[in-house]
Design a binder for this molecule. Sequence first.
Ligand code: ASP
Length: 367
Amino acid sequence: MSTSRRRFLKAAAAASVASVLPSSPFEEKLQAQSPGVAGSAGAADGYILVTSANGVEAAKAARQALIQGYDPLDAAIVGVNVNELDPNDVSVGYGGIPNEEGVVQLDACVMDGRTMKAGAVGALEGCKTPSKVARLVMDRTDRVFLVGEGARKFATAHGFAVEDLLTARTRKIWLYWKERMSDIDDWELSAKEAEDPDVKWFLEKYGSEIFRPQGTIHMSVRSAKGELVGVTTTSGLFFKISGRLGDSPVVGAGIYSEGGVGSCGSTGRGEANLVTCGSHTVVEFLRQGKSPEEACLAALKRIDEKTHRVARHRDEKGRPKFNVNFYCVDAKGRTAGAAIWSGSKYVVGDNEGVRTLESAYLYRKGT
Ligand code: ASP
């Protein structure tokens, strides 16, 4: 190793430790404050963030971080960390529903519209906050996407412990799912299981008919200076095939942020969004002059028209049986949430506070 490189590494070591430790100084500062308190006008005035319906607390945390002057991407990551660390959000991070083998595999991506750099991890095991690892892939490698064992080794190299991400609740839910899959294997359902409060909670929240729900959090931020960044993080499709990746960690599909144009991310059926590069499509529509809502609806229309044109994915009127949501902010700070089906919500945070709004849609439920 050359002397200059060694000297550089020594000097950089101290500076880098704080940024790579799983628990960052940002959170320590934030913990000392109560989230959601209205911020004073000032340097941070003019920021706006948009996130998915499960992101109310995340929006409050990110908003606090922005008010304190954090870099917008750090603020967005602080925000989604709330969901990643919450065992009761079974669609993201710790406590996410596992794959079909009972293993929690997480996907995340960050994108910085200032530099057009991105970092992503897929099927990452044993790490509660994949968004932080994605950020390190962006900042500390010359690459964009690490998956599976390689992503795990990279997380370990940066000080992330191997943690058990399955909670008592998600283990019960997974066992219930596994045991009811077939009458011709060795796994048997006990009569008590359907009465278990955790299993009942899951069935009430997500429904038992299809039994393949999913969830994610996306957050896009436009800073007061007009910088555009985004982060998407998920445990993906519930009970997925081991190694399955959806749209969430894929640049252009589950997230796309371009300086001067806009930032967008998605939740919902990843496969439909993957094959249409949905978030990139939304940003391209912004570039052509559409408003965020028009851009999201146009990209949803493309998903409807072009993907999943098979009977099992269509209702009696030929409409999709699945849903996709987009969350978007443009360079002017205009926001939108839109979905294929009515009933979706999105969350906006700005100087006024945090509020939940109805998403625009292509089709009204029940029609
Ligand atoms: N889009 C995610 C995936 O396909 C899941 C979701 O957002 O509901 O993994």
